[in-house]
Write a protein that binds this ligand. Structure first.
Ligand SMILES: Nc1ncnc2c1ncn2[C@@H]1O[C@H](COP(=O)(O)OP(=O)(O)OP(=O)(O)O)[C@@H](O)[C@H]1O
Ligand SMILES: [Mg+2]
Length: 367
């Protein structure tokens, strides 16, 4: 059963100046608009029927433009996406904030993104405007259960489109996902998520990247979600308890080596670079986890506090979408670039890493 969001979200669109930088185009704004118009076909007209000067671009437009600039063929079928479980046993470090803003940033860079809410609190669902108290949801645990028990289902019925054109989709969660009874009895439960991806690979292949926001603490569900990819994303704060929790997570991952070898990528969030204790913590991270810690950090920014407002969930939108030129969004963009490299996130199956240099000259695009 699928119900659409109670309020259809207003679709965000990017102004030419922003679209140009996200598309990685260094020619003039005028030539960018001309090129984009050619790619889009018919020009966007104003009310008087004249070509509109102030055009806006959707995430799907940016995908098209980037693929053209990077000569990526428009393949309808791609490889399996990068699977990124976001995991940290300590609560409140900013996992959901980082995951949701990185997801938006990846879509702004033209990637097709699937977000899976792996937390029964439904925080990332709320951050994307889905209110589970007023909607019927099929969560990821139910999908894994049906897959395991060979119950016929269509995974697409669980998907809520957040951005047009499949650029950002969500499989939301609600509190019923905390019922893990069936999982206790399931054999090889650590493989449940991996099996779902394998069995539903045609669906998952539509996306370039899948981000899974897991609950804090430890649970059977978190463990199976964590083992769905080959590397997890963890978010820490520059303070003692969070760093201790990181050490615990690192040791859990090391112990799991016989089940599945998985890597870790660490992002440090809520940092005040002017605070001496914070700098000490960053030095500790750089020394102990030098090869797996993100080189850039996310600083404390009040804008993030407005990401999830529980009094009007359908109106919620992450900072990256609301204020894409704010300092907080700038930190997200830098961290996202590192995540693209660390998790080898591809654009329609093609690595953009060696091609990240902006294109100097406008390219010829057939009308
Ligand atoms: N960089 C930041 N600057 C300011 N506030 C932040 C920042 N990152 C997160 N926050 C705030 O910290 C609080 C906790 O963040 P969030 O819910 O993302 O953490 P979490 O790790 O997902 O929590 P949980 O463990 O409950 O899932 C939120 O109020 C969020 O707005
Ligand atoms: Mg959370």
């Amino acid at each position: 059963m699928k119900l659409k969001p109670v309020t259809i979200r207003k679709q965000p669109a990017l102004k030419a100046s922003l679209a140009r930088t996200f598309a990685g185009y260094s020619g003039s704004e005028k030539s960018f608009r001309e090129m984009a118009d050619k790619l889009r076909g018919a020009p966007v007209l104003d009310e008087a029927g004249k070509p509109k000067y102030h055009r806006t671009y959707t995430h799907a437009d940016i995908r098209k433009i980037r693929m053209k600039l990077l000569n990526i063929p428009d393949a309808s079928k791609t490889a399996l996406p990068a699977i990124i479980p976001g995991r940290m046993t300590k609560g409140g470090t900013g996992k959901t904030t980082v995951m949701v803003n990185v997801a938006v940033c990846l879509a702004m860079l033209g990637h097709k993104v699937l977000v899976i809410d792996g937390d029964p609190q439904g925080s990332i669902s709320a951050a994307l405007g889905v209110d589970w108290t007023r909607s019927q949801i099929t969560h990821i645990s139910k999908l894994m259960e049906w897959q395991k028990k060979n119950v016929p289902f269509n995974i697409e019925d669980a998907v809520w489109p957040i951005y047009e054109g499949g650029m950002l989709d969500l499989i939301p969660a609600d509190i019923t996902m905390s019922d893990e009874g069936w999982m206790i009895l399931a054999q090889q439960r650590e493989r449940l998520f991996e099996n779902l991806i394998e069995k539903q690979s045609e669906f998952f292949r539509r996306y370039d990247v899948v981000l899974v926001d897991c609950a804090p603490g430890s649970s059977l569900l978190s463990t199976t979600l964590m083992l769905g990819g080959s590397k997890i994303l963890t978010v820490v704060n520059p303070e003692g308890q969070a760093l201790m929790a990181l050490d615990v997570l690192a040791s859990t991952v090391a112990e799991l080596i016989d089940v599945k070898p998985i890597g870790v990528h660490i992002v440090c969030n809520n940092v005040s670079t002017g605070k001496r204790p914070h700098l000490d913590c960053l030095n500790y991270l750089a020394e102990k986890y030098s090869t797996i810690v993100s080189g850039t950090v996310i600083k404390t920014a009040v804008g993030f506090l407005r990401d999830v407002k529980l009094d009007n969930i359908p109106e919620n939108a992450p900072l990256m979408e609301r204020e894409p030129t704010s300092p907080g969004a700038g930190d997200i963009r830098a961290v996202t670039n590192e995540i693209i490299k660390a998790f080898d996130i591809r654009l329609a199956g093609v690595s953009t890493d060696p091609m990240t240099a902006a294109v100097e000259e406008p390219v010829e695009v057939a009308a």
